[in-house]
Ligand binder design. Structure first.
Ligand code: ADP
Ligand code: MG
Length: 405
């Protein structure tokens, strides 16, 4: 794979596909609650600028709704707050185009000078970005490619998407991988090839269905799997425990049962919660209550792991040499149910060895805990992309960058 740092970029315009998909405040919709992904995109952009390139950044934000460009652009979200924050972090102006690859973007690209930065509007305003139709995506890719001389893929969090700006644009220009993508891939490769042992994987988060494929693959690689969060209740139910009103995916019980059997056969230790913090509803002001033992009474839902589980997980992590963690073990957004997430983060940060946190919500959660900067080897920017890599699937965006031009 070509490296962006090896491209000759002086006086050329470089289209950088970045991942700037940051969480926005839900009430105002304008303030960025965690700018980690913008910060992670800076090294590549700064390097290109310092070497005399004009940089056009392309990124998506959220999931714009509507059948056509005008409807999506009207509904938002616009990348305007991101342009503002990017300018602050770079310490130089960032011109926000009024469109993705239309008249405004063309004028900006044509008049741009060395060392200048522009940001295209939310690429998902273009329905073709995510289209299943190769020709539709190809037409958008051609308009994007026409804006620049070179393409740099640095949006790791979108690499698992066969989208126009990720998959169809690189073949149209000389292309290379940015620093973020190279760093993410290097770490994920360490997790999948000869990881130092014991290798402990901690999985939490909301839906078991999102993560079953990766659990299957990790159950073959890891020595221990610690399962918590909303997904744990489907496992507990599959083992015959009572789970009250906890998050439950009945249609996944069959597959979960298979994972449990496979793990047992492979000699992988699968650890589930042994106690819980429950409440009668999912709400910030719900009254937390500890339930000893794995069973949850009717009328209550499990919202965090209990104190015995926190200790158990810490013991299972204590001798680890490699840790991958995806998915918060509790509803960390509500302080009453955040203790489990904090305990797991602290236990992992005490591990000496390779420790990787992946997942959008997980990364945001640990950044909010204000642990020391070196608490983890890496806080990955990729959620789905990291998981698909660990599942052993080829990432379309990476494959497109690997092909030579
Ligand atoms: P990531 O983005 O890190 O991959 P997910 O998106 O899978 O993580 O899950 C994050 C969400 O899981 C959080 O919003 C958190 O509130 C939720 N969650 C964690 N534990 C529970 C639980 N016991 N019940 C319901 N939701 C939970
Ligand atoms: Mg998430």
């Amino acid at each position: 794979m070509n490296r962006a740092e090896d491209l000759q970029v002086a006086d050329r315009t470089v289209l950088v596909r970045a991942d700037l998909n940051v969480p926005l405040d839900t009430d105002g919709g304008h303030s960025i609650t965690d700018d980690g992904r913008i910060r992670a995109s800076l090294p590549t952009i700064r390097d290109l600028l310092a070497r005399g390139a004009g940089v056009i950044v392309c990124a998506h934000l959220g999931r714009p709704k509507g059948d056509d460009y005008p409807a999506r652009a009207a509904g938002g979200p616009s990348l305007r707050p991101v342009a503002h924050r990017l300018a602050e972090l770079l310490g130089q102006p960032v011109t926000l185009a009024g469109d993705v690859a239309g008249e405004s973007a063309r004028v900006i690209a044509a008049t741009m000078g060395a060392g200048e930065v522009a940001l295209l509007e939310n690429v998902r305003f273009e329905p073709a970005e995510t289209s299943k139709d190769d020709e539709e995506r190809g037409e958008l890719a051609a308009r994007l490619a026409a804006l620049a001389d070179l393409y740099v893929g640095d949006g790791f969090g979108a690499m698992h998407r066969k989208h126009a700006s990720v998959y169809d644009t690189p073949p149209l220009l000389p292309h290379a991988a940015g620093q973020l993508v190279l760093a993410e891939v290097a770490v994920l490769r360490q997790l999948t090839t000869n990881p130092a042992r014991p290798y402990v994987v901690v999985l939490g988060g909301a839906k078991v269905s999102d993560k079953l494929a990766v659990i299957g693959n990790l159950a073959r690689l890891a020595d221990r799997l610690l399962i918590a969060g909303g997904m744990a209740y489907t496992f507990l139910a599959a083992q015959g425990h009572r789970i009250g009103d906890s998050m439950f995916q009945a249609d996944q019980v069959g597959q979960v049962t298979t994972v449990l059997a496979d793990a047992a056969e492979a000699g992988v230790e699968l650890v589930l919660p042994v106690d819980h913090v429950v409440a009668d509803r999912l709400s910030a002001d719900a009254e937390p209550e500890i339930v000893n033992g794995p069973d949850i009474p009717d009328g209550k839902m499990g919202l965090d792991i209990g104190p015995a589980t926190r200790d158990l997980f810490a013991r299972k992590l204590a001798d680890a040499k490699t840790v991958f963690w995806n998915g918060p073990p509790g509803v960390f957004e509500f302080p009453a149910f955040a203790a489990g997430t904090r305990a797991v983060a602290e236990a992992i940060s005490a591990v000496t060895g390779l420790t990787v946190v992946g997942g959008g919500d997980s990364a945001a959660a640990v950044r909010h805990l204000n642990l020391p900067a070196d608490a983890f080897t890496r806080i990955s920017t990729g959620g789905g992309a990291s998981l698909e890599y660990l599942e052993g699937r080829e990432l379309p965006g990476l494959a497109a960058l690997e092909d030579a031009t």
